[in-house]
Design a binder for this molecule. Structure first.
Ligand SMILES: [Fe+2]
Ligand SMILES: [Fe+2]
Length: 263
């Protein structure tokens, strides 16, 4: 069995409560996970001090981390030249030089891709480079391994959140993920937690797990004042995803829902 914590939209610069980052780290370390996945938006404005705070948090996890950037991690609009020429320079320098990181064991093969670009502001974008990273991302993975894709923006429309942002090129990327055998997509960006299978036909569907914002005061919709993350257990025949929510008066995270899917 492999356990993965999936956090997203940390947004250093807009942290909701003084103790929430430490509470998140303690909750995840107590869960004894094998991997911490971070699906982007580590900062609010891509400032150096916000990235350094994020790096400090990442180092506090006992488990290895797999991180992809979000649209808030590119240089802001008033750094126009940096934003256009090398939008993720600071992210790569302080957080993670590899924009297509991967991690695997015998149960799970995880590939991350970037969807944040300087000139496609909010909704994100998937280019041919990322499609190729999806296609080759699972080469050599064990046949039984659950194939997981991590990306900040959404590749498919979730019926329950109709009209939400989707990355440019999303449809093609979703099809590419299906062809690559991806069964689970971990994403964020919407600041609303939602977990649902998505796919045109039974059998080739993909479970899309959107994490809410784990630590910021930027929640939206039903999760306006909610901080959330996903705790995933990959069993041989089953995938469990537990949603955990922060209780400010107790300064701890608690489970609020559990989803089970056959593999
Ligand atoms: Fe965000
Ligand atoms: Fe975002």
């Amino acid at each position: 069995m492999t356990r993965i914590a999936h956090i997203s939209d940390i947004h250093f610069g807009r942290i909701a409560y003084p103790g929430i980052v430490d509470a998140l780290v303690a909750d995840i370390n107590a869960a004894d996970v094998d991997l911490v996945v971070v699906s982007g938006d580590l900062t609010q404005r891509a400032f150096g001090h916000q990235f350094r705070a994020a790096r400090q948090m990442l180092k506090a996890f006992d488990a290895p981390t797999l991180v992809v950037p979000g649209n808030h991690d590119v240089y802001p609009w008033w750094r126009l030249f940096s934003r256009l020429l090398d939008p993720l320079r600071r992210y790569r320098r302080i957080i993670e030089p590899d924009l297509a990181p991967s991690w695997r064991n015998e149960d799970v093969a995880v590939r991350g891709i970037n969807s944040a670009f300087g000139w496609a502001v909010q909704g994100g974008r998937i280019t041919e480079r990322e499609l190729e990273q999806i296609r080759t991302g699972y080469d050599g993975a064990a046949g039984e391994a659950l194939r997981v894709l991590v990306v900040h923006h959404h590749l498919a429309e979730l019926a329950a959140l109709a009209g939400h942002d989707r990355a440019r090129g999303a449809e093609h990327a979703f099809e590419t993920a299906q062809q690559a055998g991806v069964k689970l997509i971990l994403c964020g960006h919407l600041h609303i937690a939602h977990i649902a299978p998505v796919g045109l036909h039974p059998g080739d569907g993909i479970i899309v797990a959107t994490a809410g914002t784990c630590t910021s005061n930027r929640g939206r919709g039903k999760d306006k004042a909610v901080n959330h993350y996903n705790l995933i257990a990959v069993h041989k025949d089953e995938l469990q995803i537990e949603e955990r929510v922060f209780l400010p008066d107790q300064n701890t995270f608690h489970d609020v829902a559990e989803h089970r899917f056959e593999r």
